[in-house]
Design a protein around this ligand. Structure first.
Ligand code: UD1
Length: 339
């Protein structure tokens, strides 16, 4: 049972490779290392005892992608993580985002069709819902006009999948992630943002370890109990486990439709201050933060209705917020001590 994991040295990808290996899958990673590093392959091997095959190239290159799939035409499925994901950067460099995120998906779908590889799991995002009219948000909620080119690439990618499955012999599952945080319990892999982090938890742990002076909390005048914005944070290992379930569902031909969509969230909403409190509790550190203006493009509150995933996938997020922040902190300390 051989699975291709694109973006397999990245944050969610690396955790998913470990879970696939622990379930007996053979894994091939393709990554261009644009936002990750080659040593992560060794860290994965360190955890699982199995070194995944690793090929470094850019999936936006059609020729290289086609050649790769010809060499690996015995794949049972593909989990496609490789994409750019920074909302702000996508506003600055929209064409870079459209080219990278959409062209690579199209190259993969073409090469899968040519080599009769049928199963694709796609990394989507709760960003497709924008600020939903109803909370918790279910998969049936309308797709809102994207706030950023990044968000638009996720929406367009889902459209590309929907259209492709009509004519090609391809099945696709789009997993809409809420806010993945945390790290592997061994602290050997975790989130590794290049430069100044955009996301909340890496900014918290980098501030606590002394790399950043102060965390800015973006807005305390939202219509929420403590005024700060609410998200559905989910442990990256829970997320990784869901990918293994999705791949098995495809291989075992359990899908109800050739294109399926699932929310991956816990169903719990936590505010920015809740996350800070959890971090301070588990780490024993006092975090230096201040309230500043809202960040452009942020939604006020969003959390998942995960019922459909529970029912259809038989998957449920198990790890709570304290386990998420504690594992993120353990990873930050391990990584900085090592380097
Ligand atoms: C965003 C995207 C999501 C994308 C993810 C990856 C939306 C709605 N969500 O998540 O699709 O996959 O980025 O990059 O577009 N915060 C602070 N201070 C900080 C950083 C964040 O207060 O320094 C706050 C934010 O305002 C927000 C919360 O923390 O309320 C979470 O922010 P972040 O971790 O950046 O994730 P999202 O913006 O929710």
């Amino acid at each position: 049972m051989k699975i291709l994991v694109t973006g397999g040295t990245g944050y969610i990808g690396s955790h998913t490779v470990v879970e696939l290996q622990s379930q007996g899958f053979e894994v091939v990673i393709v990554d261009n290392l644009s936002n990750s590093q080659a040593w992560i392959v060794d860290a994965i091997a360190d955890i699982s005892g199995k070194k995944p095959v690793f090929e470094q190239f850019d999936l936006a290159d059609q020729k290289l992608t086609s050649e790769f799939f010809k060499r690996h035409n015995d794949l049972q499925g593909v989990i496609h993580f490789a994409a750019y994901k920074a909302v702000g950067e996508s506003v600055e460099k929209p064409l870079m985002y459209y080219r990278n995120n959409l062209v690579s998906l199209m190259n993969i779908l073409e090469a899968m069709t040519e080599n009769q590889i049928e199963n694709l799991v796609f990394s989507s995002s709760c960003t497709v819902y924008g600020q939903p009219d109803e909370l918790p948000v279910s998969e049936k909620a309308p797709i809102k006009l994207a706030e950023s080119p990044y968000g638009n690439t996720k929406q367009i990618s889902e459209e590309i999948l929907k259209d492709t499955i009509k004519s090609a012999k391809i099945n696709a599952i789009a997993l809409r992630y809420f806010n993945p945080i945390g790290a592997h319990q061994t602290a050997k892999i975790g989130e590794l943002p290049l430069g100044v982090p955009n996301n909340l938890v890496p900014f918290i742990t980098q501030t606590a370890i002394g790399l950043r002076q102060q965390l800015s909390v973006f807005g305390d005048d939202y219509n929420t109990p403590d005024g700060t914005a609410i998200r559905d944070y989910i442990h990256v290992v829970d997320l990784a486990e869901a990918h293994v379930v999705a791949v098995k569902r495809m291989i075992e031909k359990q899908m109800k439709n050739a294109f399926e969509v699932f929310n991956l969230g816990t169903g719990n909403g936590y505010s920015v201050l809740d996350v800070i409190k959890s971090f301070e509790k588990v780490s024993g550190e006092k975090l230096n933060y201040k309230i500043v203006d809202r960040r452009a493009g942020d939604v006020e509150k969003v959390w998942a209705n995960p019922e459909w995933s529970h029912k259809e996938l038989g998957w449920k997020a198990k790890r709570n917020l304290d386990e998420m922040t504690a594992s993120a902190w353990k990873w930050e300390q391990y990584y900085r001590n090592k380097n």
